[in-house]
Ligand binder design. Structure first.
Ligand code: COA
Ligand code: AMP
Length: 629
């Protein structure tokens, strides 16, 4: 057995021993005496009798151990021309003070705080301040529109919302405050107060509910860490499901801390004093885990980058950051590399920097196409590690554990299952699929620490969406296969979730927006392959009878309205730019729209006509529209 296999086997065969051992990397207020409570499946609980504070583990304990001068966080913002570093001692102090601000606003253990912020260090400070108080944060990605923010506010019921006056998207300044005000106006559960970070690029007008970040910090007294149960939620992170109602993924405190602390040295090969640069956003799970919590739990340095891989101002920024911070591991989405490849195919920007510190490139968030894998590997001459995970899982399900040993890299595969992840592929009848044969990718319960114990206030949806399809297994929602060597191949979602430039979105949610237009009788949105963004959505609408579609300019006007509606209600990240008016949608005899067939045709496949189709001529008429790129 290889070192990896030994570790994997022990995580499955000796679950208690393995995870209690891993828990030794965390400082507990009350140390757990057992790893897993299995009394109420599928609601498993990790470290049920443990107590800890995650922010204390991320900050104070390193300071107490004499490492207060080490750099915890580097803020690098080419869009504002700012660079700032925080030592562990400085970050702890900032977090303690901001926790004091939140406490002043009435936030305590178990209260929710929504954080709607751009990529500024104060976003991480706000998250850690919540963790310090035992409050539950819910970060909403800045690219979401007011309505999406409102839905999340209503579900989480926050006491306070923390936001900023603006974000910077490339060269554009996006004012956040009007979006926040609109969201609160739309929401039924209004927060008691909002704390606003004023940025010089746009000053927000303040209202009665608003508290100025800097002023409040100026008069705050620091708050101490509050020990919480390992099973208490650390955060809720909303993610797209198959409908417009997002799923509130709950993250516990103890299991998450243990899993992340294990993953840093073993998967990402980053230890105390070393630097990881995760180019993502704190609004996504990757940002929660590998910009904020995991690097700090490990005593490492994390780079928080406010900018894009290209255009801010050029395709050399990632390499500049690597050089200036002696970065050891970079983690980003494949789409970022496709963007760099397009701008700098020969690596001329790369050649301007010394990136000799860089040992690994980790990519996740969407399928890594073998071509991009090859290009990045050739360019950098270091291992390029595809790894697979989801908001629900909190850390990788499958990866190449660089810190243990580098397994053979097979382009197209995120390599093998990580500890505690008993990954299997099942056919529709629930039987294990043969190696190489595609099916539903599942994980046998219980899931390892770090994975979500439930959905916020919705145990029923947790069971219905994830735990019911195959008894005793977690349905990942991804399809694919295992090969003879146990390598996982993730081929794509089996539901209506799509991945646009590494952003997870719901086509069902977009359909709800299109369907709300008074002229639309029915519609379908599908994700089609895109060379840059991986996937992009395309919409198809059927008009209500009586609508005069022949009127001059009608179709162009309608298309523009629909595109704008999605932008306004979901956000610019949805990237829905292509909507076609069609006479009918292909359906089964029972009335289900044949989205999978439509997607296949749009992607250029020779899709067979399904035997269940109601009227094959509808599909024939649609074929040329679908094929058009
Ligand atoms: N706030 C406001 N608007 C945002 C936003 C934010 N935080 N993030 C994106 N948007 C907007 C963009 O400005 C763009 O608007 P536009 O249609 O008016 O141009 C739209 O949403 C689509 O954004 P995006 O999909 O990011 O496309 P892009 O062309 O701006 O950039 C990439 C393309 C590849 C450079 C960019 O998508 C990228 O860096 N992707 C990596 C994503 C990632 O890290 N994902 C996390 C998983 S690890
Ligand atoms: P998110 O919850 O936003 O992290 O998105 C999770 C989804 O992204 C997964 O269910 C997959 O569909 C996709 N995904 C993430 N990483 C990979 C990967 N390495 N290969 C293929 N798909 C991936």
């Amino acid at each position: 057995m290889t070192a990896y296999e030994e570790i994997f086997r022990s995580s499955v065969d000796d679950r208690e021993g393995f995870w209690l051992g891993a828990a030794g990397e965390i400082d507990w207020h009350v140390a757990p005496t057992r790893a897993l409570d299995e009394s109420n499946p599928p609601f498993y609980r990790w470290f049920p009798d443990g107590e800890l504070n995650v922010a204390y583990n991320a900050l104070d304990r390193h300071v107490d151990a004499g490492h207060g001068d080490r750099t915890a966080l580097v803020y690098d913002s080419p869009v504002t021309g700012t660079k700032r570093s925080y030592t562990y001692a400085q970050l702890r102090d900032e977090v303690a003070l901001f926790a004091g601000v939140l406490r002043e606003q009435g936030v305590g253990h178990g209260d929710r705080v929504v954080i709607y912020m751009p990529m500024v260090p104060e976003a991480a400070v706000a998250m850690l301040a919540c963790a310090r108080l035992g409050a539950i944060h819910s970060v909403v990605f800045g690219g979401f529109a007011a309505k999406e923010l409102a839905v999340r506010i209503d579900d989480a019921g926050p006491k306070v919302v923390v936001s900023a006056s603006c974000g910077i998207e490339g060269t554009r300044v996006i004012e956040y405050k009007p979006l926040l005000d609109k969201a609160i106006e739309l929401s039924e559960r209004k927060p008691d107060s909002t704390v606003i970070l004023q940025r010089e690029q746009a000053t927000a007008a303040m209202g009665e509910r608003d508290v100025d970040w800097a002023e409040a910090v100026g008069r705050a007294t620091p708050a101490n860490p509050v020990p919480v149960k390992a099973t208490d939620p650390l955060y809720v992170l909303y993610t797209s499901g198959t409908t417009g109602k997002p799923k509130g993924v709950v993250r516990d405190s103890g299991g998450y801390a243990v899993a992340l602390a294990w993953s840093m040295p073993h998967i990402y090969a980053v230890g105390p004093g070393e630097t990881i640069f995760t180019a993502s956003d704190v609004g996504w799970v990757v940002g929660h885990s590998y910009i904020v919590y995991a690097p700090l739990l490990a005593g490492a340095t994390s780079v928080l980058y406010e900018g894009k891989p290209v255009g801010t101002p050029d395709a050399g920024q990632f390499w500049r950051v690597v050089q200036e911070n002696a970065v050891k591991s970079v983690f980003t989405a494949p789409t970022a590399f496709r963007a760099i490849k397009k701008e700098d195919p020969k690596g001329e920007f790369l050649a301007q920097y010394d990136v000799s510190s860089l040992e690994y490139l980790f990519l996740a968030g969407e399928r890594l196409d073998p071509e991009t894998h090859r290009w990045a590997s050739d360019l950098l001459g270091i291992p390029v590690i595809d790894h697979w995970w989801q908001t629900e899982t909190g850390w990788p399900i499958a990866a190449n554990p660089a810190g243990i040993e580098l397994l053979e890299i097979k382009p197209g595969s995120p390599t093998r299952a990580m500890p505690g992840w008993d990954v299997q592929v099942l056919d529709e009848t629930g039987k294990p699929a043969e190696p190489g044969v595609d099916g539903a990718i599942v994980a046998k319960l219980p899931l390892p620490p770090g994975a979500f114990p439930t959905l916020w206030n919705d145990d029923e949806r947790y069971v219905g969406s994830y735990m019911s399809a195959f008894d005793g297994y977690y349905l990942t929602g991804d399809g694919g296969h295992l090969d003879e060597d146990g390598y996982v191949f993730v081929m794509g979602r089996t539901d209506d979730v799509i991945n646009v430039a590494g952003h997870r979105l719901s086509t069902g949610g977009m359909e709800e927006v299109l369907a709300s237009h008074p002229d639309v009788a029915e519609c379908a949105v599908i994700g089609v392959a895109d060379t840059m963004k991986g996937q992009i959505p395309r919409g198809f609408v059927v008009l209500k009878s009586g609508v005069d579609a022949d009127a001059e300019g009608y179709e162009d006007g309608l298309r523009a309205e629909l595109v704008q509606m999605v932008r306004d209600q979901i956000g610019a990240v949805a990237s829905l730019k292509d909507v076609a008016v069609v006479p009918a949608l292909p359906k089964t005899r029972s009335g289900k729209i044949l989205r999978k067939t439509m997607r296949g045709i749009a992607d250029g496949a020779e899709e067979p006509v399904p035997s269940t189709i109601d009227d094959a001529t509808v599909l024939d008429t649609l074929r040329p529209v679908l094929r058009r790129q």
